[in-house]
Design a protein around this ligand. Sequence first.
Ligand SMILES: NC(=O)c1ccc[n+]([C@@H]2O[C@H](COP(=O)([O-])OP(=O)(O)OC[C@H]3O[C@@H](n4cnc5c(N)ncnc54)[C@H](OP(=O)(O)O)[C@@H]3O)[C@@H](O)[C@H]2O)c1
Length: 280
Amino acid sequence: MAAKELSSRYRHAFITGASGGLGLAFAKMLLAEGIRVTGTARDVARLASLAKDTRFTPLALDLADAPGAERAFREAEVAAGEGGFDLVINNAGYGLFGAFTEVDFSVWQAQVDALLSATARLSHVGLRSMLPRKRGTLVNVSSLAVEFPLPFMSGYNMAKAALSALSESLIFETRGTGVTVIDLRPGDYRTAFNQAMQPTVHLSASDPRLASAWRELESHLATAPLAVAAARDLRRALMRGRSGTVRSGSFFQARIAPLFSRLAPARVRRAIIARYQGAS
Ligand SMILES: NC(=O)c1ccc[n+]([C@@H]2O[C@H](COP(=O)([O-])OP(=O)(O)OC[C@H]3O[C@@H](n4cnc5c(N)ncnc54)[C@H](OP(=O)(O)O)[C@@H]3O)[C@@H](O)[C@H]2O)c1
């Protein structure tokens, strides 16, 4: 019954980063709902398990090449036919761990280009095709790091904060158009996110807080909810049919901490977050 309802809202979804973690869970959830999915990875071989479903179309896309990503989207949308994509989920992303000054600026720059500029570009092309049809949803997967910045992940924090700011702008601009925008902010989820972190000057750096912050990050992810829980939250948000910010994660991270954060003075909030993250 409920499955029928989601497929009555959406026909064909486009998801970046569908080869693992949250994106894979989103793709499986949508396919189970009877929705067609075009999902991306840098290497389409990593989409082989999803491609066993005839309603899934694999697509190569690398956020490091923003014009190429836009081209891939456009071509896939033409190939999708029947009005293109009515659900665009910008999920792909990666972390980068290291002290700001100890990592080459070009490495931070590349991360911001991929996570922010390329994602904004896909938001742009996605909305441009949904708005004339007066229906569809754009989901930008940001992070609770927007509210609780992760220690030694300045590029990631910066890109996700700006991505949420973009989504907030688009929520405003799409009011009354029939198109909705969701700023999805996951907390910690047990995915390959930390394993995929770009190798950098991790733990050998001069600041001993790097090692403890890394340990804490790994321990939070190891005990975090599984990606299917994020897919359930996304499904609920899509069923609501409204634009907005959606926090997803453990009860503590997605409910208690944001509430506390609104009430506590900034100095106290920073001290508690630093301790929780092993960076005090
Ligand atoms: N897990 C968490 O705790 C958590 C918390 C908050 C937010 N998030 C966000 O959730 C999203 C998904 O993360 P995840 O936890 O599922 O991580 P994951 O398991 O590492 O999956 C990341 C996905 O993004 C793709 N990807 C990575 N770099 C890419 C690039 N340069 N171009 C194109 N695709 C790329 C990967 O595909 P290939 O490597 O196969 O190309 C993979 O499908 C990310 O935006 C992340 O920032 C995660």
